[in-house]
Design a protein around this ligand. Structure first.
Ligand SMILES: C[S@@+](CC[C@H](N)C(=O)[O-])C[C@H]1O[C@@H](n2cnc3c(N)ncnc32)[C@H](O)[C@@H]1O
Length: 239
């Protein structure tokens, strides 16, 4: 199944529940932006790629950016719109690989929350980093956050409990291949007192943090900050 179908047919419907408390998660993102000086300085415009239900878009808007929130999933963009009331956020239904569909003058581009690993190859990521570099003005910044999946998990370590309550249980199962991981999202949902299982899977890229930094440098960026928070690699780079 393609990543887009996986979200459309499975994950989007319970993504917000899976992510947990929106306000708390959103505040974590806002705090990281603030701590790293990601504040409006130029034309105050940001493009948030793979925006999902809005953890980064809402944070950036609260910090004073006008945000173009790009995602190929309408369900998640509708949830974002519902949260964005009164905030300067415009949603764009587009594939982030299709740069002309969202190309606009912006001082900041973000691609966060492990969206980068959803792309189909390292070459695609490299090509996009080059295009984002072209889109930004001198001094413009690119913020990435992703999981470094290069280290393999074995045996029972590959079963990751994500979230559970009285009505739903979400578990991820990981299958490792050279260059990518197949991620199975298993959802058990209680319907009329019975547990119903739904399973769907998609691929994630195994990209080392070092490789991502090399691609940024090769494109012309300077890596300003690298943080690891809850096993997520956060990189801020400047043109
Ligand atoms: C793991 S979620 C991250 C969402 C959000 N940034 C967060 O931190 O919660 C990945 C998001 O990227 C979107 N996505 C994945 N590949 C995409 C693509 N090629 N074009 C547009 N959106 C994409 C998915 O629909 C999903 O909303």
């Amino acid at each position: 199944m393609s990543t887009q179908s996986h979200y459309e047919n499975h994950l989007a419907a319970f993504y917000a529940w899976m992510s947990g408390n929106f306000e708390a998660k959103q505040q974590e993102q806002q705090d990281w932006f603030s701590s790293r000086g990601v504040l409006p300085q130029g034309n105050k415009t940001a493009i948030d790629l793979g925006a999902g239900h809005g953890l980064q878009s809402v944070s950036l808007a609260k910090l004073g950016f006008t945000v173009f929130a790009v995602d190929f999933n309408q369900h998640l963009l509708s949830e974002l719109n519902a949260r964005a009331k009164g905030l300067p956020i415009r949603t764009v239904l587009a594939d982030l690989k299709n740069v002309p569909q969202y190309a606009t003058e912006a001082e900041l581009i973000t691609c966060m929350g492990d969206t980068l690993t959803h792309l189909d190859s390292v070459e695609t990521v490299q090509g996009l980093i080059g295009k984002w570099y072209e889109l930004l003005p001198a001094g413009g910044r690119l913020a990435l956050s992703f999981r470094d999946l290069t280290e393999e998990l074995f045996g029972e370590q590959r079963f990751i409990p994500v979230r559970a309550d009285d009505q739903r249980i979400h578990t991820c199962f990981l299958e490792y291949y050279p260059g990518y991981v197949r991620v199975y999202d298993q959802l058990l949902e209680k319907v009329n007192g019975e547990w119903i299982q739904k399973v769907s899977s998609y691929q994630k890229l195994r990209m080392g943090t070092g490789l991502v930094k090399e691609m940024l440098t090769a494109a012309g960026f300077r890596v300003q900050h690298h943080d690891v928070i809850a096993r997520m690699q956060y990189i801020l780079a400047e043109k």
